[in-house]
Design a protein around this ligand. Structure first.
Ligand SMILES: C[S@@+](CC[C@H](N)C(=O)[O-])C[C@H]1O[C@@H](n2cnc3c(N)ncnc32)[C@H](O)[C@@H]1O
Length: 201
């Protein structure tokens, strides 16, 4: 018998999935219509999960939830560090898909998903933050960065996506993180799109 994705969602809703089952869920998302919108790649997800571990993050923020794909990779890392994630999304349909996925995997217990404009919602997120992932409107990356930097714990990390695939609309952000003495930045490419990784001094 062929079990559909929706049935798996319902069946899994009650309990927290094992890491292996969450990884299978993430893989199924990639081939299921309506489940993807501008998400990171699997290798990038694995990288973010490791970065959460490396930062020993307890309090994390994601700007740009989409359908929840990257948020679940981050949450897998947070499950190991004992942390929690706040994730912000402006689009209601994508927010609804993401929250449904978080419930289905049981990761909802670790994720506070908020519907709204990150430029309005970020100031309301309580710090100190250990880990921030920026992956929303590219021309606003510098504004997101300026909102989160004062909330960061020393030794925390701010990662941003698409820095090698789409550098033009975020040039001001890239110049700032390269020259800001408050952070030490490297550019990494675990996939095709590139992350900036700025460690807070
Ligand atoms: C590239 S996608 C995020 C992909 C997601 N991080 C993943 O890999 O699964 C960018 C998302 O940011 C959202 N977005 C854009 N501007 C935003 C804003 N000002 N506040 C909150 N979300 C925003 C978009 O609606 C879109 O869903």
């Amino acid at each position: 018998m062929r079990i559909g994705f929706a049935c798996i969602l319902v069946a899994a809703a009650a309990a927290s999935m094992s890491d292996t089952d969450v990884l299978s869920f993430l893989e199924r998302m990639r081939t299921t219509p309506g489940q993807l919108y501008a998400n990171i790649e699997p290798a990038e997800g694995e990288y973010l999960r490791g970065l959460v571990r490396q930062a020993k993050a307890r309090k994390a923020l994601e700007i740009g939830t989409s359908t929840g794909y990257s948020g679940m990779w981050i949450a897998l890392g947070l499950r190991e560090t004992g942390g929690r994630l706040v994730t912000l999304e402006i689009d209601k349909a994508r927010y609804t898909t993401a929250t449904s996925n978080f419930r289905a995997t049981g990761l909802a217990a670790l994720i506070d998903a908020r519907l709204g404009d990150a430029l309005v919602e970020t100031p309301k997120v309580e710090g100190p933050l250990d880990f921030v992932f920026i992956d929303a409107h590219k021309p606003d990356y510098l504004r997101y960065y300026e909102l989160v930097l004062p909330k960061m714990r020393k030794g925390g990390v701010i990662a941003a996506h698409n820095v090698t695939s789409h550098p033009s609309p975020m040039r001001d952000f890239l110049d700032r993180i390269a020259n800001d003495p408050k952070v030490k930045t490297e550019i990494v490419n675990p996939g095709q799109q590139g992350f900036s990784v700025s460690w807070v001094r």
